[in-house]
Design a protein around this ligand. Structure first.
Ligand code: FE
Length: 234
């Protein structure tokens, strides 16, 4: 599973690096052995250029930046979504509200979109699996999932999630039965999606906090399932 994410990440990094190297070609001629890919967006290039300069001048530490991004990607952001999912699992009335009007239901937790976009939550069931993507750029439900992972923003994910969604989720380690319908939701700046994963078996006795601890970012994007608790009940 991590190999695939790393592949997406490498592709995205290579893309950014490929377009950045002209200015650095004298200093790093060997960085041109890779194949050049589609040019990343202007903001991506500018951010990368800025980061490289700051690192080069010793003003910021790349590891510290990575740690900061990791915090938003894995700790702060997705925990918000996990709490929403856990509430929906534990409270059927809340779940119906969430599916009917996600913005309103998420406001119970104070999770409000700063951009005024509409949130839609799509429910996984034994017969329907949902996958979210932004084919155009990187629209993502920041208020509940934090920063999008690099692979989510990468060209390979954005194109392949639409062309071969089953293949993509398989590479993330999720094998879907042929009889499971796979729905792909293309996010926009105005409309962002989050997946309500299936509640795993063996969690009947867990409270909301314990349920939330099981929910991962990837499950709320639709590239993974929520795994049952390991080692059973504490
Ligand atoms: Fe986008």
């Amino acid at each position: 599973m991590s190999i695939t994410r790393r592949d997406f990440l490498n592709a995205a990094t290579a893309t950014a690096g490929a377009a950045m190297t002209p200015g650095l070609s004298d200093a790093h001629p060997d960085e041109h052995d890779h194949e050049h890919q589609a040019e990343p967006s202007d903001p991506t290039l500018r951010v990368k250029a800025l980061e490289s300069l700051l690192v080069e001048k010793g003003l910021v530490d790349r590891a510290a930046l990575d740690a900061l991004v990791d915090t938003y990607e894995h700790k702060i952001g997705p925990r918000n979504g996990a709490r929403v999912v856990a509430r929906a699992w534990a409270d059927p009335v809340y779940k119906q509200r969430l599916l009917a009007d996600a913005n309103d239901a998420m406001a119970d937790f104070g999770y409000l979109s700063k951009q005024g976009d509409r949130m839609v939550v799509v429910e996984n069931t034994p017969t329907v699996h949902n996958l979210i993507v932004c084919t155009l750029c990187s629209c993502y439900p920041w208020a509940v999932l934090g920063l999008p992972p690099v692979w989510y923003k990468s060209a390979p994910y954005r194109s392949r999630a639409v062309i071969d969604p089953r293949g993509v989720v398989r590479e993330f380690g999720l094998e879907l039965d042929q009889n499971v319908e796979l729905h792909v939701w293309d996010s926009t700046a105005e409309l962002r999606y989050m997946v309500l994963p299936e509640r795993p078996a063996g969690t009947e006795q867990l409270n909301e906090d314990e349920l939330a601890a099981l929910v991962t970012r990837d499950a709320m994007v639709g590239v993974a399932r929520v795994a049952p608790p390991s080692g059973g009940k504490r």
